[in-house]
Design a protein around this ligand. Structure first.
Ligand code: WT7
Length: 650
């Protein structure tokens, strides 16, 4: 955290919206902030009215801390909001999804076409016995069927649980079992950096230990080619997506859902080894998704909106699927790696589709920077008018690079802070109003109340503290699936009736927020959240490992990388390829995002006299910093020896 503060001090330029941008912007005046803060519920009710409701709510908010109900008594369907209301207008013929596969295959689906696919797949799910309230797991590559499956679930009121395609079979299994999903939707393969990702094989391994799964629907990603043999289909359980779709009716009436009915579960890492199933409901989530899409991205009818996030993360839920489709936008979706076949792939797509709004993560921007300006310079990026970032703090150097080389010093940048738990954007500029400062997510969105508190709940006007959200907001998580006690404990136990996001932040004299990073044992690896405990549990499940301590260390591209310190079981020798074996073991247990950068085999770990591992010192070692206070250590020589060892091996 202190490293970040140092670099922030070097960049002092500020960026007001240009007169031209402001003039055309949806929000042009700061008055929206005063209005929303004076009448917060009225502001959100006005945003909710941008959706189509089957029945209007009777009460905007029912707040019994820590449980909120928004738009009480209101009825609506998320899929109908993303599709039906558009196909009744000229948007029927507008492209909803502009999709590209990594090998270069392309599909464009109009709102009408997407509507038909979703209706048919909703009927397919019904035909497999999925009823309102049943959970459906989705483990797909970035293909249109991922969006179709999500919206089909929403249509029949079956909460979906999307599991990122990069997660391992074991991660998938645990998430399916926790949600007790009845059906799994997957694909034979996906494409990543020229390789085939064997999703169905992973799914088979997972489902073998998922008694709740009755059916597996398999999208034939390689349809028309000869790779069908890649997926072994188990009779009675497994079904090809295209075969089921062939027989499905083209219309499925959307289920009338209560505003507080569950829309989806999305698993995210916490401070224990077990991921949390974050529960989002329908009315409030959709309200915040639509409002933030319209106002933060200044979305206009003619925009081409590209959020590069995978559907496996919340960003892919809110800003690839529900927000922009509820707004009737044209969205770009891409299956593969940004450097395939070359490092200008994304810019080639910006040019090809005339993308106007581009939303990505700082880790990606740092990679673009490293690759060099020749790649964006090869392509015509003049259609871009607004850029966004999300997922981790952006270093001012990356911000300036993004502004200059992608945005041609013309496009405002919205640095948006939010979380899986918040459902939608919380702290962000409004591009026609806010003067931005590189590295700051600026101020809370209208209708959001955030502040900085110290450990005892005292407000900090300027300086550093814990970020806190002081009043409920529509898109907030409602609970942790099956574990309300953990919900209370994790988010609501630090202060009374105030939400604790787990981030440290600084507030400057102008009231701008500067998010510094997590203050708990959660890491942010390339914009993806990972719990140190999860990786430690994965490591100790290896037969050679007795004890493991995992910490984050600064990483030039990924923001943070993993350093793992392991103690071997007695009798286990350190063989030449043990480190690699342990890395692969973690990948198999969790997925490639959890692959540790450094593995240090050690005889001892620095511990306090009461036996607690001093992670603070391990972080110092991994970051190559001078060691902090070692006076409470049981044996101070351990840490000095470890530091030397790390420096030698690193
Ligand atoms: C954590 C949430 C929200 C979608 C992607 C990540 C960090 C997120 C920013 C930002 C600084 C950020 C926080 C937060 N984070 N956006 N603009 N500036 N940090 O979702 O996996 O739920 O992670 O990402 O630490 O708590 P997530």
């Amino acid at each position: 955290m202190s490293d970040r503060l140092d670099t922030l001090l070097h960049e002092r330029r500020t960026f007001p919206p240009s007169a031209a941008f402001r003039r055309a912007a949806t929000v042009r005046s700061k008055a929206v902030y005063q209005q929303a803060s004076r009448q917060r519920l009225r502001f959100w009710a006005a945003q909710a009215r941008e959706l189509e409701w089957d029945r209007k709510w009777t009460k905007v908010l029912d707040w019994k801390p820590p449980h909120a109900k928004w738009f009480v008594g209101g009825k609506l369907n998320a899929s109908a909001n993303c599709l039906d209301r558009h196909v009744r207008t000229a948007r029927r013929n507008k492209v909803a999804l502009l999709w590209e596969g990594e090998p270069g295959d392309r599909r464009a689906l109009t709102y009408w076409e997407l509507y038909r696919e979703v209706n048919r797949f909703a009927n397919v799910l019904k035909g497999l016995g999925v009823r309102k309230g049943d959970r459906v797991a989705i483990y797909l590559p970035m293909i249109p069927e991922a969006v179709i499956a999500m919206l089909a679930c929403a249509r029949i009121g079956a909460p979906h649980s999307v599991v990122f395609g990069g997660f391992s079979a074991e991660s998938l299994r645990d998430r399916i079992n926790d949600a007790e999903a009845k059906v799994l939707v997957t694909a034979d393969v996906g494409h990543r950096r020229g390789q085939l990702v064997p999703l169905k094989n992973n799914a088979d391994q997972a489902v073998a230990e998922c008694p709740c799964i009755a059916h597996v629907v398999v999208v034939h990603r390689e349809r028309g080619t000869t790779d069908a043999g890649l997926a072994h289909m188990k009779a009675g359980r497994d079904h090809w997506y295209h075969e089921l779709m062939d027989g499905a009716d083209a219309y499925c009436k959307p289920a009338v859902m209560d505003a507080e009915d569950m829309l989806f579960i999305l698993y995210t890492s916490g401070t224990t080894g077990k991921p949390k199933g974050i529960v989002h409901t329908t009315g409030g989530y959709m309200t915040q998704a639509l409002a933030t899409t319209r106002l933060v991205f200044d979305l206009k009818e003619e925009d081409v909106f590209w959020c590069t996030a995978d559907v496996g993360w919340v960003t892919g839920h809110t800003y690839l699927t529900y927000g922009p489709l509820a707004a009737g936008a044209t969205c770009v979706m891409y299956e593969g790696a940004p450097d395939w076949p070359d490092k200008d792939r994304l810019w080639a797509m910006v040019e090809r589709y005339g993308v106007t709004i581009f939303y990505t993560a700082p880790t990606a921007i740092r990679a673009f920077m490293k690759w060099g300006t020749e790649y964006p310079k090869r392509r015509d990026l003049s259609t871009l008018r607004l850029l966004g970032t999300v997922g981790e703090p952006i270093n001012p150097e990356a911000w300036i690079w993004y502004h200059k080389y992608i945005g041609a010093s013309r496009c405002p940048i919205v640095d948006t802070w939010w979380q899986t738990e918040t459902g939608g954007i919380m702290i962000t500029p409004l591009p026609g109003v806010t003067t931005t400062k590189p590295g700051s997510a600026t101020v809370p969105f209208p209708g959001i109340e955030a502040t900085l508190l110290d450990g005892s709940g005292e407000e900090i006007a300027t300086g550093g503290g814990f970020l806190a959200i002081t009043s409920p907001w529509p898109g907030m998580l409602r609970t942790i699936y099956g574990d309300d006690a953990r919900y209370r404990q994790t988010y609501w136990s630090r202060w009374d009736d105030i939400y604790f996001p787990g981030d440290g932040a600084k507030r400057d004299a102008q009231g701008y927020f500067w998010i510094l990073g997590r203050v708990d044992d959660v890491l942010n690896i390339a914009g993806h959240r990972l719990g140190t405990m999860e990786v430690e549990s994965a490591l100790v499940s290896h037969p050679s490992v007795a004890e493991a301590a995992v910490v984050g260390k600064p990483h030039e591209l990924k923001g943070q990388a993993l350093a793992a310190f392991v103690i071997l079981r007695s009798g286990h020798q350190r063989t030449g390829d043990l480190e690699d074996e342990l890395r692969e073991h973690v990948v198999k247990k969790i997925g490639a995002i959890a692959r540790p950068d450094d593995i240090i085999v050690t005889a001892e770990l620095p511990k306090t006299r009461s036996g607690k591992i001093m992670r603070r010192l391990l972080k110092d070692i991994a970051a190559g910093r001078a060691l902090g206070d070692v006076t409470t250590l049981a044996d101070p020589t351990v840490v000095a020896a470890l530091k030397t060892k790390y420096e030698d091996e690193g």
